[in-house]
Write a protein that binds this ligand. Structure first.
Ligand SMILES: Cc1cc2nc3c(=O)[nH]c(=O)nc-3n(C[C@H](O)[C@H](O)[C@H](O)COP(=O)(O)O)c2cc1C
Length: 184
């Protein structure tokens, strides 16, 4: 598992090769089995393969044109509505307050990284994309305004695998027992 985690890179150049349906299902299945607070499973995914929709998504993602080379986009959406008694929450934006929303985003991020790692496990490449504005990306995909788009995951066979990006050392990010005690 650690090897798969370490080998994952953000892929921004894809082959035009189609991704097999069973692999897409495995990737989505791995997200379905993610843990979530109170098992609310507050995530939804939109599988996008059409040129037209991928172009629109890249456009609202600050024109990141490289996204169009990925044959598949998986739009990962936090849906806090199961956490509201009324079944629908308030409209959400980047700066929305609210604990319910934060928890739904947390859980959706877990599920999203599950699918990223399963894609790596299957020899596929991915990249998290979150450089977009809710009010621009939601209408493109007909997503209601009480949902929050956490990420678009580009998916496909990598054309090239970039070198690893740097990471902080363990002793820089891990404390022992409390915030004041470093690991070593
Ligand atoms: C929440 C999130 C949002 C990101 N958004 C973008 C993006 O909009 N465009 C992009 O090219 N990369 C994006 N990335 C990829 C990061 O730049 C990349 O993960 C980071 O530089 C580390 O490189 P690595 O993934 O190859 O290890 C995003 C990553 C995360 C986790």
């Amino acid at each position: 598992m650690l090897q798969i985690i370490k080998e994952r890179r953000s892929i921004r150049k894809y082959l035009s090769r189609e991704v097999e349906e069973d692999k897409i299902i495995s990737v989505l299945e791995s997200a379905r089995w993610a843990p979530s607070g109170n098992n609310t499973q507050p995530w939804r995914f939109i599988l996008v393969t059409s040129d037209e929709m991928r172009t629109k998504i890249a456009h609202v993602s600050h024109q990141q044109r490289w996204m169009m080379s990925a044959p598949v986009h998986i739009v990962c959406i936090a849906d806090p509505s199961p956490r509201y008694n009324s079944g629908k929450g308030p409209a959400v934006q980047e700066n929305s307050p609210g604990n319910e929303l934060k928890q739904a985003i947390r859980d959706t991020a877990i599920a999203t990284e599950h699918l990223v790692l399963e894609a790596e496990n299957l020899g596929l490449g991915t990249c998290w994309v979150a450089w977009f504005v809710q009010e621009e990306i939601r209408p493109v995909l007909n997503i209601p305004e009480d949902k929050y788009v956490v990420a678009v995951i580009t998916l496909g066979y990598p054309e090239a695998t970039p070198s690893p990006t740097p990471r902080q050392k363990l002793e820089e990010i891990v404390y022992k027992e409390n915030w004041n005690e470093s690991l070593r």
